[in-house]
Write a new protein. Structure first.
Length: 138
């Protein structure tokens, strides 16, 4: 959460308009709360920040910020975050080779979640392709 706030709040995304930022291995259920909170912080500590071109939450929703999911947060929370923030920012992550990972069942676990096919395709493929894209490929 602090990493996201520091990167966005420092104006990095304004200085580098082609930059994509991804937060990995940090969960995703906190995103809706934190977006509202960093917008509030940007107003209350405005004098301490550079002049940002957008609200912090707008950077998150701009198509340049990505977040990997944590499988223990589950189907219901993942669908709720996508319902609130859209389908273009979360990415599947297996968490391999960590000992607490669901691997090798991680992909089949998430594929078994109740989601529309388009949502799963973005979660498993489209969003990661856009995040990790090399210049001119996405």
């Amino acid at each position: 959460m602090r990493n996201m706030a520091a990167l966005i709040g420092s104006g990095v995304m304004d200085r580098y308009p082609g930059l994509r930022i991804g937060t990995l291995e940090a969960g995703h259920g906190w995103l809706p709360f934190w977006m509202a909170r960093i917008d509030e912080h940007a107003e209350t500590v405005k004098a301490a920040l550079p002049n940002l071109a957008h609200k912090p939450s707008e950077y998150v929703l701009s198509g340049r910020y990505f977040q990997s999911i944590e499988i223990p947060e589950g189907e219901r929370l993942t669908n709720s975050v996508i319902d609130l923030l859209g389908e273009d920012l979360l990415m599947y992550a297996s968490d391999y080779p960590h000992g607490e990972s669901w691997f090798p069942e991680s992909a089949t676990t998430v594929l078994g979640w109740n989601m529309q096919a388009e949502r799963k395709r973005k979660l498993f493929w489209d969003n990661a392709v856009r995040f990790y894209a090399r210049c001119g490929l996405a």
